[in-house]
Ligand binder design. Structure first.
Ligand code: NAP
Length: 294
């Protein structure tokens, strides 16, 4: 017999929350979908664009009948949301978050979870630089990893969320929180930090170089501006909540940058060439496993 479809609630109707809603409807993954956002403007925008969801302006009403609750708010706002809803969840409900950092979210939420509720920390590795309900689309998660944290054998709720995310087109992997934070520090958080820095430096130069930084920006700089246009609140919370792993990676990166600085200074072209050949191989292996869009 087919599984009974769950009632789903989504808290936070930005890029990730609205994409979960669109994907859930598109893939027929839920019986009902209810959405809430703290911002009246966001709720109005969601209504205006016809986001396929039952919109409510009371967070407790949003979660009352839900079997699965997705938290899609900035990392720093997760615990506040859980405090508001936890006593309104029905027995057996599964709470799952989408935050980009995991250790801090788990430490914030675990002490708030009641015995009859399960918590499955999660992180979809999918996104764009856009935010808000209009940014969502149904295939955002298709063919992207969705990482879940914990031990599948010890927590049966993980299997439920795993099946749900797979219905949305994701490939699911279960892993440890600290390992997640280290991997993401280098693959996502550090690249964003570098992009914010480069675009910041360029905008300071802009005045001296008579607007030509923007006018002649070629693809390299343009790619950085795309990444650096990502949501400021979300990224502030990411750096403050994955500080340890980000600072560790930043230290290693700074050492590598100093190595390149010295190589340029001392005209050691072979050192530059060796590194650039190695990085080219990494790019080719990413393309080989089918993740890079040309
Ligand atoms: P977003 O587009 O900025 O949306 C977040 C939404 O949550 C906003 O509408 C925000 O309203 C609302 N919100 C903030 N505090 C709230 C609260 N206490 N209660 C209810 N709603 C609240 O952000 P997003 O990109 O969807 O990110 C959501 C989560 O997914 C974050 O934890 C992020 O780390 C994670 N994530 C993001 C990406 C990505 O690429 N964007 C990828 C993977 C995971 P206001 O705008 O009024 O504050």
């Amino acid at each position: 017999m087919a599984d009974k479809l769950p009632n789903v609630a989504v808290i936070g109707l930005g890029l990730i929350g609205s994409s979960i809603i669109c994907a859930t409807q598109y893939f027929g993954a839920a019986a009902t979908v209810t959405g809430f956002d703290a911002s009246k403007e966001v709720l109005l925008e969601a209504e205006k664009i016809g986001l396929p969801v039952n919109l409510v302006d009371d967070i407790r009403a949003a979660v009352r009948d839900a079997d699965i609750i997705f938290l899609a708010v900035p990392v720093g706002a997760m615990a506040g949301v859980v405090k508001k809803i936890i006593s309104n969840l029905k027995p057996g409900a599964i709470l799952t978050d989408t935050g980009s950092t995991k250790r801090s979210v788990i430490d914030d939420i675990n002490p708030l979870v009641l015995p009859h509720i399960s918590f499955v920390p999660g992180h979809p590795l999918a996104g764009t630089e856009f935010s808000g309900p209009s940014a969502g689309f149904p295939t955002l998660f298709k063919n992207h990893y969705w990482l879940l944290i914990g031990d599948e054998k010890a927590n049966s709720a993980i299997s439920v969320i795993k099946r749900f995310c797979e219905k949305l087109g994701s490939m699911v992997e279960v892993m440890d929180a600290n390992y997640h934070d280290k991997v993401l520090a280098i693959t996502s958080h550090l690249p964003h930090l570098i992009a914010f820095t480069i675009v910041g430096t360029a905008s300071d130069l802009e005045h001296d170089l008579k607007n030509d930084v923007i006018r002649f920006s070629a693809s390299g700089f343009r790619d950085f501006t795309r990444i650096a246009a990502s949501d400021p609140t979300m990224w502030r919370d990411v750096f403050l909540n994955n500080d340890e792993a980000v600072l560790e990676m930043l230290e290693r990166f700074t050492e590598d940058l100093a190595f390149l600085q010295k190589a340029i200074n001392q005209r050691e072209g072979d050192k530059l060439l060796n590194l650039f050949k190695r990085t080219g191989e990494i790019r080719r292996s990413i393309i080989d496993i089918g993740f890079a869009k040309e």
